[in-house]
Design a binder for this molecule. Structure first.
Ligand code: PFF
Length: 517
């Protein structure tokens, strides 16, 4: 069967943006900015997106377009065309270094996994990286769906108007009450479980029911609508009394707030938000035609994604400051600030329902791409070992196991009370990487370590194994009029070869304490 292609650049850009724009922009970006110094985080984040994220995104698209295969075969094929064992040696070295690093912080499970990784890389080379991608997308979906469940709950709450029918009560009181209610809600895992199950079921239904095309079509209308709604919320939020302080907090960097941790958080968030490091973009790129310019496509996806995040920040922080919430409140930030804003709007319940509904659709398009990634790797691996695994069967396996794994996050979003034994085990396995609860630990592990690690491998593969000279030719469109200026290509080459790998390595070494800046 002939491979389908994206009929237009716009279709490709919108589909990639559909995977990229999700909870990472509207829920995670504001709370990460809030806990990591506001404007300083935003400034570093922008640098990470444009200097590291986008060049890696171009590389992933390039791998897809050159090989026209799914992620595992694609990475293996690139190595094959490059016919060098150099890359394999780098991988083994990196895995060995990771082993030492993790052992030094008593993260025994990760040290063991790196050892297995080193053996796998020695035998299979870059194709083995597919496993890392599958594990990451599996793990991310397991907690992403918990946040998706919160959104389902908030659609229900806005439909039943529990936070909007509060005449005579000030926005400040609503904010305080909503924050307390959010705390009480996440402390009750049985209630969280309902939202989680609904969100997982939606994700599974999209993939299993083959309605992905349908949902993409719907999201083409709803995503722009989400942008418009964000603008409406911004207008309301910035006109609240004392809101300007929030705008300044979001946009003004201060030297005092700067630290290596901020860079690590911003880098991880950039990869998470752009859906990088999981090779989803490789799959998308494999459908990209030769006459389309990768640099343009990646540029647009990056701009749309960053715009969504900044708009979300502008919608949240003015309200946060106006109603006196703590900007470093963490994952519950938007669930305190947004209800307060909606409560002060005429027809607040309707706005709130529409907003959370669009956010849900944006989240489902992202979670569907995560489930798809795990399933694709499963199918590929089984086929390799001559076991028959239909797409349906793979999706079911991914869906069921991921739902089970997600229970850990569901039962630990408040604290470890429900899982005391698990806490001990996790501390032993992950050492000092263990954070507040399982949900935070997993997010830290995947976003701040896992995604930069796979992105590092992709950058090394293209920058050093495949070679930037050859890559540059393939980045261009066959139609010369669509090509970007030469300096942009040169900048891209410098980034994948030097800036991205060196920056990621420095961040890893600093965060593990092996390098003191
Ligand atoms: N980029 C998505 C978001 O910002 O919500 C999350 C995500 C989707 C991450 C798909 C990674 C991925 F492969």
């Amino acid at each position: 069967m002939a491979r389908e292609n994206w009929t237009s650049s716009i279709g490709f850009i919108l589909a990639s943006a559909g995977s990229a724009i999700g909870l990472g922009n509207i829920w995670k970006f504001p709370y990460m900015a809030g806990t990591n110094g506001g404007g300083t985080f935003v400034f570093v984040y922008l640098l990470c997106v444009f200097l590291i994220g986008l060049p890696v995104m171009c590389s992933e698209m390039l791998i897809g377009r050159v090989t026209r295969r799914n992620v595992i075969n694609a990475l293996g094929k690139i190595e094959l065309i490059s016919s060098s064992t150099f890359g394999r040696n780098i991988l083994c070295f990196l895995a060995g270094a990771a082993m030492v690093l993790f052992a030094s912080i008593h993260a025994w499970l990760l040290a063991g996994a790196s050892l297995i990784g080193a053996v796998a890389f020695a035998r299979k080379g870059f194709a083995a990286v597919g496993w890392v991608c599958a594990i990451l997308s599996f793990a991310i979906l397991s907690y992403y769906a918990v946040v998706g469940g919160w959104i389902v709950e908030y659609i229900w709450r806005s439909l039943t108007a529990t936070f909007t029918d509060i005449e005579g009560v000030t926005a400040i009181e609503v904010a305080k009450q909503s924050t307390a209610e959010f705390g009480a809600y996440t402390a009750n895992p049985w209630r969280v479980l309902i939202g989680f199950a609904i969100f997982m079921a939606l994700t599974g239904a999209v993939i299993l029911g083959g309605i992905q095309a349908g949902i993409e079509r719907v999201s083409k209308i709803l995503m722009p609508a989400l942008f418009v709604l964000l603008l409406v919320v911004i207008v309301r939020s910035v006109t609240l009394p004392g809101a300007w302080e929030g705008v300044v907090f979001l946009l003004k960097p201060t030297a005092a707030a700067f630290s290596p941790k901020v860079i690590m958080m911003a880098l991880g968030q950039a990869f998470f938000s752009l859906s990088l490091g999981m090779a989803i973009t490789v799959t998308y790129g494999s459908y990209l035609k030769r006459d389309q310019s990768i640099l343009h496509a990646a540029g647009w996806v990056g701009i749309l994604d960053t715009l969504a995040a900044l708009l979300a920040g502008l919608a949240i922080f003015p309200a946060v400051f106006s109603v006196g919430l703590d900007p470093s409140a963490g994952p519950g930030l938007i669930f305190g600030a947004l209800p307060a804003t909606f409560a002060t709007m005429p027809l607040g319940a309707i706005w709130a329902t529409a907003f959370f509904f669009m956010l849900l659709i944006a989240a489902v398009t992202s979670s569907a791409s995560l489930l798809e990634c795990t399933a694709t790797v499963l199918i590929e691996r089984m086929r390799k070992h001559h076991k028959r695994c239909t797409r349906r069967c793979a999706v079911w396996i991914a869906f069921i196991t991921c739902s089970l794994a997600g229970l850990l996050s569901v039962f630990s979003t408040a604290d470890w009370t429900y899982l005391p034994c698990v806490e001990k085990g996790v501390r032993w396995c992950l050492g000092s990487l263990t954070q507040g609860n399982w949900f935070d630990t997993l997010d830290n592990l995947c976003s701040n370590w896992g995604l930069p690690f796979t992105a590092l491998i992709i950058a090394l593969l293209i920058g050093w194994v495949y070679g930037t000279r050859r890559a540059k030719i393939n980045l261009l469109s066959s139609d010369a009029s669509k090509n970007p200026p030469k300096w942009l290509l040169t900048a891209w080459g410098i980034s994948v070869k030097w800036i991205a790998p060196v920056a990621i390595l420095i961040v890893f070494l600093t965060m593990s304490g092996l390098l003191k800046l």
